[in-house]
Design a protein around this ligand. Structure first.
Ligand code: NAP
Length: 287
């Protein structure tokens, strides 16, 4: 029987783990907190407490397993030591059969609004995206050296139940005017879970897929659409100059990158049938 391990078993990972639990397959979720272990155990999922930031980790039983790696890198720097520590564990205690890694579309950097697919060169700008590329490269080196399978999903902005910017909208935080807003891409969490499982079950090793709904829109349209669907007032709209004073550093960093992602490979090669091919459909399902 297959043994699945979800490293970083949070919002997305728990849904992946529930799928394997429901199939009657062995699945363990690795989390950083005791509260995370308790949450998993309540769902009938075996939880394991481990902080990948630690240098000297013990045997987590990953040899021969099928691993979903969803644990984020640390909050600073341009490398991902967490993924490096994970690979050190593989080398010390035995390699997994396959790793499905959840990366981000941020690795493409700013594309000035162009439509791009997986053949587009990577050029991460933000440090958070450089850390993701470092993780991808660490895992590629591991896969080449060990001969074990690696599949990478480059994931767009995740939304779903309890994952919408409602607090921000309720607080009346402004957004930039539509003409100043960059293009962004999204995926509904249910479709991301489907993509993760497809990547594990049937992707060729070395597979690389954009995991997004294929209908990018501007960041401002996203906030306006969510507000309308939730019956909340639209956020006030401001110019870019004012935005640099009033918006958070994180939001300004997102606003400085614009790209429109194609998902043909996910749908046609991996055969993922998206339940929510656009935000409009996703929001209809949520409200
Ligand atoms: N939000 C987006 O739009 C977006 C887009 C692209 C990619 N991603 C990435 O997709 C992945 C999954 O997202 P998500 O929403 O499911 O994240 P999440 O809900 O924050 O879950 C992250 C999980 O990782 C665990 N974790 C965090 N740091 C860890 C560490 N140092 N060692 C071990 N476990 C650790 C957490 O443990 P606890 O449960 O104990 O806290 C949690 O279970 C994340 O890597 C995220 O950065 C997100």
């Amino acid at each position: 029987m297959n043994k699945q391990v979800v490293v970083g078993c949070g919002y997305v990972g728990t849904r992946v783990a529930r799928h394997y639990r429901d199939q009657g397959e062995a699945v363990t979720g690795i989390v950083r907190s005791d509260a995370g272990v308790a949450r998993l155990e309540q769902l009938g999922i075996k939880g394991l407490h481990c902080d990948l930031a630690a240098e000297d980790l013990g045997d987590l039983g990953l040899a021969g397993a099928r691993i979903f790696h969803l644990a984020p890198p640390p909050g600073s720097g341009v490398q991902d030591p967490h993924t490096r520590h994970l690979v050190e564990l593989f080398e010390r205690f035995g390699h997994p059969l396959r790793v499905v890694y959840i990366s981000t579309t941020g690795v493409y950097g700013d594309c000035a609004g162009a439509w791009i697919d997986e053949t587009h060169p990577v050029a991460p700008v933000a440090a958070r995206s450089q850390r993701r590329l470092d993780a991808e490269e660490t895992l590629r080196r591991w896969s080449a050296a060990s001969g074990r399978d690696l599949v990478i999903l480059r994931v767009a902005g995740i939304y779903g139940p309890d994952r919408l910017p409602l607090e921000r909208i309720r607080a009346g935080t402004p957004m930039v005017r539509p003409q100043d807003a960059p293009y962004t891409n999204r995926i509904h969490v249910d479709d991301l879970v489907t993509a993760c499982i497809a990547a594990m079950e049937r992707a060729p090793s070395g597979g690389l897929y954009n995991a997004c709904d294929g209908h990018p829109s501007t960041m401002t349209d996203y906030f306006l659409d969510v507000a309308a669907a939730a019956g909340l007032p639209s956020p006030p709209l401001i110019g870019l100059e004012e935005a640099s004073d009033r918006l958070s550093e994180g939001m300004l960093s997102y606003l400085s990158e614009s790209r429109r992602l194609r998902n043909d490979r996910l749908r046609e090669e991996l055969g993922v049938d998206l339940r929510y091919p656009s935000l409009a459909e996703g929001l209809r399902g949520l409200f």
